[in-house]
Design a protein around this ligand. Structure first.
Ligand code: GLA
Length: 359
């Protein structure tokens, strides 16, 4: 339903933000490490208007769900919790925000590891910034969005997704040092293109498994007497740790080194090898893959014109990303999906985005 039909007034502000796909640097952000995401073409759009009846009204066009709140005293569930979190945090910064009507529409796939929640938070905060002339920059938007996710949606996430949604674009890779927030916009590797395929396996254990990995990394850092695993650069240094901390830490250390190698400039072939190594490390050392993701990655890795492939996002289900020869993405994605789905899975091509019509 359109904003005008729902609220009988046009929106006062409209803002959008993209989802992201991470090419390298997985489970490194909460270890103060390095990541390399890019924005995806799919976006979330938020339309906002000032409510004329003192209540908050939130509507999700995708879910066709409507929520009305008298005040901001108890956290609603689902999509509304993100909006609630963003508004509450802006108010806590001292800004006065009157009750709002908000309508959300999104093309970012939900539950595939492409950060639909970060896109929603960043779009909402951009809309609030525009409507109330807030003096907050794009990095602060990412930081507030991350807090909304932690405090109001209950996910102990790092800052990668929100920084990518707030600062990345689809033509570049965003190298980010998550400790200092130093960043560098790198050109997308010439001659390469990305494919993203959803495995069709929901990320059911994602939040419990994620929080457990995070705790293991903190325990490893403590035993190694460093602030965060980012402070270890030589994988040999983790060898003394007890299992499973040794393998968890080894993933983080080697993954950081892989991102730094790409940042220093590598061929497409080497980039692909590093993505393959990243998947092996996520599967064997970090143990966040599932058999379906392994199968999908394996099919991609065995396909001609694919430089490399790996699971992307937190894992435990969700999507895979592959770096392929430019111009071949659609063909490779379609062939891979056919092979994958004929063994009983229900995968879906997410990039190239078939919903976006090519002119
Ligand atoms: C999720 C989190 C991110 C990051 C990734 C794993 O997407 O929100 O902060 O930790 O998992 O790399």
């Amino acid at each position: 339903m359109k904003f005008q039909d729902l609220f009988h007034q046009p929106p006062d502000a409209i803002a959008s933000a993209p989802g992201r796909v991470n090419l390298l640097g997985e489970h490194t952000d909460y270890n103060d490490g390095f990541v390399l995401p890019t924005a995806i073409p799919q976006t979330t759009t938020v339309q906002l208007g000032i409510s004329n009846n003192h209540h908050y009204h939130f509507y999700s066009e995708n879910l066709d769900e409507y929520i009305s709140l008298d005040d901001l005293n108890s956290i609603p569930s689902d999509f509304a919790s993100y909006l609630f979190g963003c508004i509450s945090l802006i108010q806590q910064k001292g800004y006065t925000i009157p009750p709002l009507n908000i309508s959300v529409q999104s093309t970012v796939p939900i539950g595939s590891g492409l950060s639909s929640s970060a896109a929603l938070e960043v779009a909402c905060l951009r809309g609030l910034r525009e409507l109330f002339h807030l003096n907050i920059d794009d990095v602060e938007i990412a930081q507030i969005a991350q807090q909304a996710e932690i405090q109001y949606a209950g996910v102990q996430c790092g800052i990668m997704d929100q920084m990518a949604s707030s600062l990345a674009d689809t033509d570049h890779l965003l190298f980010l040092d998550t400790r200092t927030l130093e960043r560098q916009v790198l050109p997308f590797p010439v001659g390469g293109e990305i494919v993203v395929i959803d495995s069709g396996v929901p990320r059911s254990l994602a939040s419990s498994g994620y929080n457990q990995r995070r705790a293991e990394c903190e325990a490893a850092a403590k035993l190694l007497n460093v602030t965060a695993l980012r402070d270890i650069t030589d994988p040999e240094q983790v060898e003394t740790l007890p299992e499973p901390l040794r393998r968890r830490a080894r993933h983080v250390v080697t993954e950081n080194n892989r991102v730094l190698e790409v940042r220093s400039g590598v061929s497409l072939l080497r980039f692909g090898e590093l993505m393959n190594d990243s998947h092996t490390s996520l599967r064997d050392d970090y143990e966040v893959s599932v058999p379906a993701l392994d199968r999908l990655v394996e099919i991609l890795q065995q396909t001609p014109d694919v430089f490399g492939a790996r699971l992307t996002g937190a894992g435990f289900g969700g999507a895979c990303v592959a770096l392929v020869v430019a111009g071949q993405a659609r063909t490779i994605a379609e062939q891979t999906l056919e092979q994958y789905n004929c063994i009983g899975f229900q995968g879906k091509i997410l990039i190239p985005d078939t919903e976006i019509k090519e002119s």
